[in-house]
Design a protein around this ligand. Structure first.
Ligand code: 13P
Ligand code: SF4
Length: 320
């Protein structure tokens, strides 16, 4: 416990000394989320992380999250130093969507508008017409569909299928998945619902379609926290990374929260509703990255950056 207090105190001091601000995702360790808030940084979904970093005056942004979040920050604010406690923290969606193959996929449909999820590399974003996060994906696709655009969607297949269902748009879809959300199982969730008939079910749309079908609320991390507060039910079954419970419980301390089941038994579960890459962020890693940024700083090739900036700015300027 003393060690943690020491880390926190040193991080606070270093943030001031280095004109740095800590920006954390809802899936990081609660200690990191609390520290980000305490030090004037933010805890947010991937869209708000991008907005906050871009608008904040600090010279250095410490991004506690996964690689694409650091790259997005760098693309938007190239003059800032972007530091990641865990530069190797990737995402299965990013890994499953290599730029060469994705570009060929796009080239095969030359008359299509390319919409990519933020959980992709800077190079994939550079090949896109639009970048979206789960907070804004539905509205952007609905808008493009209403303009009669033919659409390519990538990489998350479940989010893509859900958007199609909600908007009626037909998209040519890449078949990627998030290893965390892909593990939620409808059969086990049905049983849990039957045991808790008074509970509401909240689901992140990276989950399989049959899990989404059981939901009372579907949305991005920030939308799920909002729904947790607003839904009348006092008991909530939540299908997303367990890191979200920290802010969700703060938003409605009186409610009871249960993690949605992953897989038939614990042993078969690869991730157990905890993103292994988000988990690479820790107090020690944050302190180290502030002391010595070697191996922690994010760089994006300038050619790629200027191309990726266009679809990212479209997202940030999109008014619902
Ligand atoms: P949000 O944009 O909802 O925060 O999602 C990011 C993410 O990685 C979900 O797995
Ligand atoms: Fe990627 Fe899934 Fe981890 Fe989010 S939870 S960063 S989508 S692997």
């Amino acid at each position: 416990a003393q060690e943690k207090l020491d880390y926190k105190a040193r991080i606070k001091q270093l943030l001031k000394e280095k004109d740095a601000v800590l920006i954390a995702h809802y899936y990081t360790d609660p200690e990191i989320q609390a520290l980000a808030e305490e030090t004037g940084g933010c805890v947010a979904d991937s869209l708000e992380m991008a907005r906050f970093g871009n608008n904040h005056p600090a010279k250095t942004l410490i991004i506690a999250g996964v690689r694409f979040m650091g790259e997005t920050a760098k693309i938007l604010a190239p003059s800032k130093r972007i530091i990641m406690p865990a530069l190797d923290a990737t995402c299965s969606l990013d890994l499953g969507c290599p730029v060469k193959e994705f570009s060929a996929f796009c080239d095969a449909h030359p008359d299509h508008t390319v919409v990519v999820y933020a959980n992709t590399s800077a190079a994939v974003k550079a090949r896109a017409d639009w970048v979206v996060t789960s907070s804004i994906a539905l509205d952007v696709v609905d808008h493009l569909d209403s303009e009669g655009k033919k659409l390519i969607w990538g990489p998350d297949r479940h989010l893509g299928a859900w958007i199609e269902k909600q908007t009626g748009a037909k998209m040519v879809r890449w078949q990627g998945a998030c290893i965390v959300h892909d593990e939620f199982k409808a059969s086990a969730l049905k049983r849990l619902k039957a045991e808790n008939p008074e509970a509401a079910v909240l689901v992140h749309p990276e989950s399989p379609a049959d899990v989404i079908d059981l939901a009372d609320a579907v949305g991005s991390t920030s939308q799920l926290i909002k729904a947790a507060k607003e839904l009348p039910q006092q008991k909530l079954i939540v299908a997303t990374d367990k890191g979200i419970f920290f802010k969700m419980q703060q938003a409605c301390p009186e409610k009871e929260m249960i993690a949605a089941p992953t897989g038939g038994n614990g042993a078969s579960c690869r991730s157990c509703a905890m993103c292994p890459w988000m988990g690479m962020n820790g107090l020690k890693a944050i302190e180290e990255s502030l002391v010595n940024d070697d191996g922690h700083e994010v760089f994006v090739d300038e050619d790629i950056r200027v191309k990726a900036l266009i679809p990212l700015e479209r997202m940030l300027n999109f008014n619902v």
